[in-house]
Design a protein around this ligand. Structure first.
Ligand code: CA
Length: 499
């Protein structure tokens, strides 16, 4: 295989800024810093619960790409994720956490700006959010302005998988002091992929490969190695380290040993129901025909490969968490693990993202570390990924910019059973109509602890209502049931209010 050295990009400007910091007597490390080039920091001392000044907390912000809640700690009967389970054991696992848009870039921009897609204007994988919001203070940028070193390894803002592996993609320059773009053996072995849907681009094809070699040779293995190296380099100053794994995004590539953990005969496909999609609006299903016409055997092989990738990512997260412990950083580092959106693996004959069904909108979310009183507990309140921005600002004692759309989850980290009145909103785009009348529309969905209600084009293209207390698989659309008219009205009022 070809050995590729990840590009560590520290530009001249950063060295100059680091030099000026040195002149000012500040401690600048070998990685450089651009803190001096930024607007003056609003220096707020982090506060402990008692209001006393406390040492600055670090942030380890770990993203996975296209990861659904198929994890041991979320009760999955087959998938093994011992390291994420360990993280969940020392923090809070959010059972009802939702993305704001089930597609990479719109979701990631929403997380990193703390704003809803309607404000960021990013609803595709090509728009740069700075072209719309030039002055937004992105989450890592807030930390930089407060004296933190912000570093990124791998995919945080969007880059196309697998085409842009090893590049910065739609990265945001001012978010980071340090950027590392690993590229591994998987990129060189695309010719070995088995592709069940050859007419689809590789980035959204059902394609997979059980590879030879070690975890460390894979792009995500290198992401973990570089993250460990950065933890060692940054340990003496407050840091915001963002670690972006891009698995289990397709193509599902992982070393063979991870496939071996999932014998084909143990992998079950979701239950199917006669007439499941007959009561949903025409625009609701993203995958047409269901399962792209694939048979059970192919679908099972794809799900198995996806599970192998989940275990592979889990092992890489474990390596990073081990380093955090070894370096004595765990007690002063807030760890967040999240996925940019959920993923369907055959539910309703649907795959991947871009749907407003539960499995596409729901994400795994784990938060652990200092300031988090509840350890190993689950929280059933509806929360949104855009809550992460105000949460991290709050936990680290930084003043968040005005106008963020989320709320700090700190009260729920202290008491996961606490009352919470915020529902979760998710939206997606669709083409509706035929021929010349074809137009772009929005689907918008609200999730409360009991209900999911989805409006397509403000209801003109249909409405869905599901009762998760009785129907967690969203089999029966109740939107036209007269007995549920009041619930539909209430939910639509929430959608109209935007919250
Ligand atoms: Ca994604």
């Amino acid at each position: 295989m070809r050995s590729t050295r990840p590009a560590l990009r520290v530009r001249r400007l950063r060295f100059l800024a680091a030099a000026s910091l040195c002149l000012l007597g500040a401690a600048a490390g070998t990685l450089g810093s651009r803190a001096a080039a930024q607007a003056p920091a609003r220096a707020l001392a982090p506060r402990s619960a008692e209001g006393q000044a406390s040492p600055k907390r670090n942030v380890l912000f770990i993203a996975s790409d296209d990861l659904t809640c198929a994890l041991g700690c979320y009760g999955h009967p087959l998938v093994k994720t011992p390291h994420l389970d360990r993280l969940a054991g020392r923090g809070v696992r959010f059972e009802r956490a939702y993305c704001q848009f089930p597609l990479c870039s719109p979701s990631r921009v929403s997380v990193l700006t703390g704003l809803r897609p309607e404000k960021t204007g990013v609803r595709d994988n090509s728009t740069r959010f700075r072209s719309i919001l030039p002055d937004a203070v992105a989450l890592p940028q807030l930390f930089r302005r407060n004296g933190y070193r912000a570093a990124r390894v791998g995919k945080l803002y969007h880059y196309g998988v697998p085409s842009q592996i090893g590049t910065s993609g739609l990265d945001d320059d001012v978010s980071w002091d340090v950027i590392v773009n690993p590229r591994g053996r998987d990129k060189d072995e695309e010719g070995l992929l088995r592709n069940l849907t050859p007419k689809r681009g590789l980035g959204s094809a059902l394609a997979f490969h059980a590879t030879e070699g070690s975890d460390e040779e894979q792009t995500d293995g290198k992401v973990a190695s570089e993250a460990i190296r950065l933890l060692e380099a940054l340990r003496d100053r407050p840091f915001f380290l963002a670690v972006g794994f891009f698995r289990p995004h397709t193509p599902y590539v992982a070393p063979r040993r991870h496939f071996d953990g999932y014998p084909l005969d143990k992998v079950a496909l979701p239950e199917t129901f006669e007439g499941d999609l007959e009561d949903v609006p025409e625009v609701a299903p993203w995958v047409q025909p269901p399962n792209w016409g694939l048979g059970r055997q192919d679908c099972t092989a794809a799900v198995r490969a996806y599970y192998a990738c989940v275990s592979f990512v889990d092992a890489q997260v474990g390596r990073v968490l081990d380093a955090l412990e070894r370096l004595g950083l765990a007690e002063r580092t807030v760890v967040v693990f999240w996925s940019d959106h959920g993923y369907l693996l055959g539910e309703h004959g649907q795959w991947m993202k871009m749907s407003l069904f539960e499995g596409s909108a729901r994400v795994p979310l784990l938060i652990a570390g200092p300031g988090i009183e509840a350890r190993g507990e689950a929280c059933g309140r509806t929360v949104e990924l855009l809550d992460l921005y105000p949460t991290l600002a709050d936990l680290c004692g930084l003043e968040a910019p005005p106008g963020l759309d989320g709320a700090s989850l700190r009260p729920l980290l202290e008491d996961p059973a606490r009352a919470w009145s915020r529902p979760a909103l998710t939206e997606v785009t669709r083409k509706a109509g035929q021929g010349k009348r074809k137009k772009d529309i929005l689907g918008r969905s609200v999730r409360t602890e009991r209900w999911r209600c989805t409006e397509w084009d403000e209801g003109r293209e249909g409405i869905e209502l599901y009762d998760h207390e009785r129907d967690p698989q969203e089999r029966r659309n109740l939107a036209r049931d007269p007995g549920h008219a009041r619930v539909v009205e209430e939910m639509r009022a929430v959608l109209r209010a935007g919250r």
